[in-house]
Every structure is written in C-alpha cells, then in structure tokens.
Design a protein around this ligand. Sequence first.
Ligand SMILES: NC(=O)c1ccc[n+]([C@@H]2O[C@H](COP(=O)([O-])OP(=O)(O)OC[C@H]3O[C@@H](n4cnc5c(N)ncnc54)[C@H](O)[C@@H]3O)[C@@H](O)[C@H]2O)c1
Length: 375
Amino acid sequence: MNKAAAPPCRRFLVTGGAGFIGTNFCHVLLEQPATERLVILDALTYAGNRANLAHCLEDRRTLFVHDDIRNLDAITRLLQQEDITCIVHFAAESHVDRSIADPMLFVANNVLGTQSLLEAARTAWQTATSPRRFHHISTDEVFGSLAPGAKPVTEKAPYEPRSPYSASKAAADHLVMAYHHTFGMPVTLSYAANNYGPFQYPEKLIPFFLINALHGRSLPIYGDGLQQRDWIHVHDHCRGILAVLTAGQVGCSYNLPGTGEQTNLAIARQITSILDRRMAADATLRQRYPACPAAAGASCATLLSHISDRPGHDRRYAIDGSLAAAELDFRAVIPFETGLEQTIDWYLEHAGWWQDILKRHGPSRQPWLKNATDR
Ligand SMILES: NC(=O)c1ccc[n+]([C@@H]2O[C@H](COP(=O)([O-])OP(=O)(O)OC[C@H]3O[C@@H](n4cnc5c(N)ncnc54)[C@H](O)[C@@H]3O)[C@@H](O)[C@H]2O)c1
C-alpha cells in the first residue's frame, strides 16, 4: 500500500465509497501522502454505510457527499468546485441475486448512472489544462461462464454477460470505452475477481455463511456447490487499483485476479472449519453464540444444505493477470486461506458492525437472509 499514486491522481472523487470495496479503497487513499483531497460520493442505498467511513471523516482532506451519481448537474458542479482530477467509480448495484429480482434497478443504476457520471466528467473537464483520469471498476463476470479446465481469459476476451448484473456492468464498460474513443475521456478500467474482506455487506457469500453459522441457521448451497470463482482479498484489489492509477495506460483495461480458484462448497467448508476451531478455543464466543453447533462441540458443517440452483448460474470465472503483472508489477499476494481466517476474525471482532445492519435490514425485509448467495 505504500506506492504513492502519481499525478493526476491527487484530488479524488470516489463514488460508492460507503460500500464494501469503496470503503476499503478510501482508507487506502488516505494512507497516501499524495492524496490532497478525497470527496466520497454515495447515495447510501441499503449497501452503503456511512459508519464505515468514520475514520476517513476525521481526516480534514475528506468530504462526504450524500448524492446519486445520476444527479448530473450537482455532480458536474461538485467536480468543478472540488477541482477533481481523478474519479474512481465503484457505485453500482452489486448483488447478482437482486439483479434477478429487479433487473430494471440494475440498468437504471449501473448503466444510466455510469453514463451520467461520464457526462458530468466530460462537461466539468472540457476546459481542463492538466491531466485527468476516470477509472471504472468492472468485474470478471462480464466475460461469462468458463468451461472447466479452460484457460483464464485475458482482457481481449469477448464479453458474454449472462446475468442482469453482469450485463449492466458490461454495458457500463462499453460506455466508458465509448467516451474514451469518441470524446477523448482519459479512462482506465479494471476487471476484478470476487472480493472478500472487511466491511462486506452480509448478503455476500462469506459473511452470509459465517453469520448464519453463528446463529445455527442453515448454510444453503446453490446446486452442487461446485461453481468456481477466483477470490481476491479487498486489500489486494485496492492495491491493484492504485497500480492502475499509477502506471496504467489511458484507454487500457486490466485484469486483477486473486490468488486462486475455489468452489462455493469448498469455501463453505473452510468457513465452518475455521469457526469450529475459533469456538473451541474461546469460551466467550461459545457464550455469545449459543445456537451455533460449535458452541456445543458439534461441527458447523452440519448446517450445510443443498438447494436448487440459481437461474443462469455461471459455472466458473477466471481471469489472466499477465498484463497487470507485466505493466503494473501487480500480483495479488494474500493467500486465500490466510485472508479468509483474517476476514472471519474481523467479523467476530466487529460483531456490532454487522449486527447493526441486521437490525436495520432484518429478515422480514431482506429475503437474502434466507437464501443462498453469491456475488
Ligand atoms: N464485490 C465484488 O466481489 C466485486 C468484484 C468485482 C467488481 N465489483 C464492482 O465493484 C464495485 C463496488 O462493489 P461493492 O461490492 O463494494 O458494492 P457494494 O454494493 O458494497 O457498494 C456499492 C456502493 O455504491 C453506492 N451506490 C449505489 N448506487 C449508487 C448511486 N446511484 N449513486 C451513488 N452511490 C451509489 C451504494 O450506496 C454502496 O455504498 C461495483 O461496481 C461492483 O460491480 C465488485
């Protein structure tokens, strides 16, 4: 995290900064002495949590703006008033299950939202005399489902999105590149693998399984659970984004893979086994979570149950990181097993963080609390 971001990346607008990856990225930006200004823009949807940013907001370089990226005039003014030189665009609806329940929301937010943000940048930067950068956060899901044993895809692979979420991200990517080719917008783009780590909203696979296991609730696995994903720790991902901002070429896209593929079932088993060990070693945890099977000496693995598969569930994603390694000197370094242990410890140590979310968005209003989940 100690590689300083190069110009033009000193005055940042981070969209979606109160969400999972955005929060982690804002923390990293403030560790960079080169960061002069950090404006965090977030609509605070169910996934946005201002409390994530408490530490950032103590830093006088930070300004939090509660607004929607689609508010074109206000965002244009904000870019001008704050003299933003670098936009890092995370804001999106990000949960595949929700995109199946409400595809319109994903198009309105991820596609039209990105379009509006690009338009704001185009207007605000039209008379800029110094370099600017628009970095767009995309996903490996835009490349669609890979066959088992197929080689990980490069940035040149054709798009083949298969869920409303990945289709909306793909459309946003095309708009970003269209603004580069048509209007000369100085863009970069990165495709990340599945992220995990601190501050991830509890609908996503790892916190979802962990919290369910703590409460003795079932761990529902879609289908056979052998869907494969590459996983990147969010701290590695943030380092990768900084590397793109520092050394990436304008107009280029970079894959940011993690440290290895895992099946959903294997992850569920690793979570239960770590939790069994943590509970066995800690009487306070056993008292705090009496419904967890491990509190009574049984294994959390008894909670695993297979349910019918998600419609259109992609079997495998895997991206080739050679370009980022060669051009940016970036490779993810946190081994999945270590990162998972640290993540579980973070959730155990920050129970108040997720309990507050559960209180605000409890099971009656959040069907995801009952269902299996994936990113
Ligand atoms: N989580 C992953 O594994 C992963 C992997 C690859 C790429 N991505 C991409 O990274 C980005 C961030 O993902 P995340 O997991 O942190 O998501 P998240 O759902 O945790 O956070 C999204 C944030 O964006 C905000 N937001 C949503 N719509 C907005 C709008 N119209 N205006 C302003 N703010 C808005 C939300 O309030 C929230 O704070 C997304 O673009 C996602 O597609 C995520």
